[in-house]
Design a protein around this ligand. Structure first.
Ligand code: PLP
Length: 545
C-alpha cells in the first residue's frame, strides 16, 4: 500500500491538532495527487477518470451507508477511496469531446489560485471577515458593469466603493442572479408609499391591495431559463405568472406577441413587473431583440432584465458584441462567470444599471451589515459567501479582454464550422443555426429526409416520433460509451409546424475541441444509429405503401 500513515487523525486531541497544522507528506497519496494536478491537470483527469461506462446503480452502491463514520480515517486512505470510487466515475467535463453542456475545461491557474482563496477562507458577507476581498469584489463588479454599461470614469469613482450604492452583486450562479434581479424588480414595483411600508416589510398581499393590482407577472420567451419560474415562486408570485411568449424561427422572442400579452394582462388588472430578454438561450444560444424589448419595457413602465448568464461574455469580443446591442439599456443583467469566463462553478453576477436600484432590497442587522458599513451582505440574497471574485479578477487579468475575445471568437467559429459539417452531411439535419456557440441537430437518414419533405402533417408527426426515439437512443448510447458527449433537449420546431422534437444539443466552449473531434462525433453517431432497434426501414415501408 502506498498509504503514508504519518499524518493521521485518530480520535484524540493531539492528532486533531495535527490536521489543522501539518501538511500531508509529499510522497503520500494526497501529496502525489497535489503534485500531479498542478503539473499536468489534463493528464491527471485523463489518468484518473477511467470507468466511464459504469452504470449509475453500481456507483450508488458505493454511496449507500446512512451511518456516520464513527472512527477517523487516515487522510491518504480516504483519498484513495475518493480516487477509486469518486474520481474514477466522475464526468470528464474538461474532455475536448465533452461538448454537451456549458460546463467545460478550466485554465490550469485556477487550481493553485483557488487554493489561496480557500486558505484565506474570507467571508464576503461583511468587511470584518473580508478586508481587501470586499474592495476587490466591488472592483470586479465595477469592471463587469463597465463591460455592459460603459459609464464614465467619474461614475465608477463615485459608486464602485460607495456604501449606500450597489452596482451589482456576486452570487453562486445565474439562478441566484436572476432571483436577485427579480427581487429588486418586485420591491421597486411595490415600494413604500403613503402608509404602505413596502412589499419587503408588509408582504405581497398588502402590496397588491395598496396598489390596486390583482397580480404581478413576468414576461419572457418560451426559451427562458427555468430559474425564472423558481424566482417567481419564491417571490410570492406563481410559476404561472411567468408568462411564456412565443419565439420566431430563430428562437427569438416575438416582441409584438409580448406586447399583446402585456395588454391582455393589463385588462385583467395584472401588472407586468418585469420583462426578461435572453442573451444566449440555454437550449439554442440565441439572443432576443434587446433594443425592442427595452422600448417595450419603457412603454409598459416596468423593469427590464437581461438574462445573459451564458451569452454575456460575448461582450468581450469586438467582432460579436453587437449581437447583444441594447443590453446597456437593461435595468439589470445576469452574467455567469462559471460559464464562458472559465471560472470554477459558484460564480455568478447580477449587475444593476442604476446604483440606487438595489436600495429596495437593502437589509441591515445589528452585529453585521450595520447602516453605513461597506458590508456587501446588505445587498445580497446570500449570506456567507466565498471569495470567488478573486478568481474572476485573476481570470480577467491573466486572460485580459483580448484573451477572452480570442476564446469567444473561436467558440463561435467552431460552432459555425460544425453547423456547416452537419448541413453538408446528407444524414443529419441542423435544427437550430448557431448565433453564438450553441446549436441543435439530429440524425435523419437521407431517405427519411426525403419522406419528411413530402409527408402530410400527420405522417410527419409519425416520422418525427420515431426520430425522437432514435435521437434519444443515440444520445444515451453515446453517453454510456463514454468516449464523447452531447446533450439532448426537446424544442418546438418552426419547420414542422411547431411540433416539439428531440434534438442533440452542442455547446462548443472548450478551446481544445478540434474539427477532427467534431467529424468523429458525427461518425460515432451514425455507427450508434445503425445499432439501434428502432426500425427505420420498416417505417419507410409503411409510409411508402
Ligand atoms: C445557466 C443559465 C442560468 C442558470 O445559471 P446557474 O449558474 O446554473 O444557476 C440562467 N439563465 C441562463 C440563460 C443560463 O444559461
Amino acid at each position: 500500500m502506498d498509504i503514508n500513515h504519518t499524518k493521521i487523525a485518530t480520535a484524540d486531541m493531539e492528532s486533531l491538532h495535527r490536521i489543522f497544522t501539518v501538511a500531508e507528506a509529499p510522497d503520500s497519496t494526497l501529496g502525489k495527487i497535489e503534485k500531479d494536478i498542478s503539473e499536468n491537470l489534463a493528464g491527471f483527469l485523463n489518468e484518473h477518470i477511467v470507468a466511464r461506462e459504469i452504470p449509475l446503480s453500481e456507483i450508488e452502491r458505493d454511496f449507500n451507508h446512512a451511518h456516520l463514520p464513527e472512527e477517523p480515517t487516515f487522510v491518504s486512505e480516504h483519498t484513495k477511496f475518493l480516487l477509486d470510487k469518486l474520481v474514477a466515475h466522475s464526468v470528464h467535463t474538461a474532455a475536448p469531446s465533452f461538448i454537451g453542456h456549458m460546463t467545460s475545461a478550466l485554465p490550469y491557474f485556477m487550481l493553485p489560485l483557488s487554493k489561496i482563496m480557500i486558505a484565506l477562507n474570507q467571508n464576503l458577507v461583511k468587511i470584518e471577515t473580508s478586508k481587501a476581498f470586499t474592495p476587490l469584489e466591488r472592483q470586479v463588479i465595477g469592471m463587469m458593469h463597465h463591460l455592459v454599461y460603459a459609464e464614465s470614469d467619474a461614475f465608477y469613482q463615485d459608486f464602485m466603493h460607495s456604501e449606500s450604492d450597489s452596482l451589482g452583486a456576486f452570487c453562486s450562479g445565474g439562478t441566484v442572479a436572476n432571483i436577485s434581479a427579480l427581487w429588486v424588480a418586485r420591491n421597486n414595483e411595490l415600494k413604500a408609499s403613503g402608509d404602505f411600508k413596502g412589499v419587503n416589510n408588509s408582504g405581497l398581499y398588502r402590496g397588491l391591495k395598496h396598489y390596486g393590482y390583482d397580480g404581478l407577472a413576468i414576461l419572457v420567451s418560451t426559451r427562458g431559463h427555468y430559474s425564472l419560474a423558481k424566482a417567481a415562486d419564491i417571490l410570492g408570485l406563481g410559476r404561472d405568472d411567468v408568462v411564456a411568449v412565443p419565439v420566431d424561427g430563430e428562437h427569438k422572442v416575438l416582441v409584438d406577441e409580448m406586447k399583446l400579452k402585456a395588454n391582455q394582462l393589463k385588462q385583467q388588472n395584472i401588472k407586468v413587473m418585469a420583462i426578461v430578454g435572453v442573451a444566449g438561450t440555454t437550449e439554442t444560444g440565441n439572443v432576443d431583440p434587446l433594443n425592442d424589448l427595452a422600448d417595450l419595457a419603457a412603454e409598459l413602465d416596468c423593469h427590464f432584465h437581461v438574462d445573459a448568464a451564458w451569452g454575456g461574455a460575448t461582450l468581450f469580443s469586438e467582432k460579436h458584441k453587437s449581437l447583444l446591442k441594447g443590453i446597456e439599456r437593461a435595468d439589470s443583467v445576469t452574467i455567469d462567470a462559471h460559464k464562458q469566463m472559465y471560472v470554477p462553478m459558484g460564480a455568478g453576477l447580477v449587475l444593476f444599471k442604476s446604483p440606487r436600484l438595489a436600495s429596495e432590497i437593502e437589509h441591515h442587522a445589528e452585529y453585521v451589515l450595520r447602516k453605513g458599513s461597506k458590508d456587501l451582505g446588505s445587498h445580497t440574497l446570500e449570506g456567507s459567501r466565498p471569495g470567488m471574485a478573486m478568481l474572476v479578477y485573476s481570470a480577467l487579468n491573466v486572460l485580459g479582454r483580448k484573451g477572452y475575445e480570442l476564446l469567444i471568437d473561436r467558440s463561435i467559429e467552431q460552432a459555425a464550422y460544425f453547423a456547416n459539417l452537419i448541413q453538408n452531411n446528407a444524414d443529419f439535419e441542423l435544427v437550430s443555426q448557431p448565433e453564438l456557440c450553441i446549436l441543435t441537430y439530429r440524425f435523419v437518414p437521407k431517405q427519411i429526409k426525403q419522406l419528411l419533405k413530402q409527408a402530410t402533417p400527420k405522417q410527419a408527426l409519425l416520422i418525427n416520433e420515431h426520430l425522437d426515439d432514435l435521437t434519444q437512443f443515440i444520445q444515451k448510447s453515446q453517453r454510456e460509451a463514454g468516449k464523447s458527449f452531447v446533450s439532448r433537449t426537446r424544442i418546438n420546431c418552426a419547420r414542422y409546424d411547431n411540433q416539439v422534437i428531440t434534438v442533440f444539443r452542442v455547446v462548443l466552449a472548450n478551446p481544445l475541441t478540434t474539427q477532427q473531434i467534431l467529424q468523429e462525433m458525427l461518425e460515432e453517431q451514425v455507427c450508434l444509429a445503425n445499432k439501434s432497434q428502432i426500425a427505420l426501414p420498416e417505417l419507410i415501408r409503411i409510409l411508402e405503401s
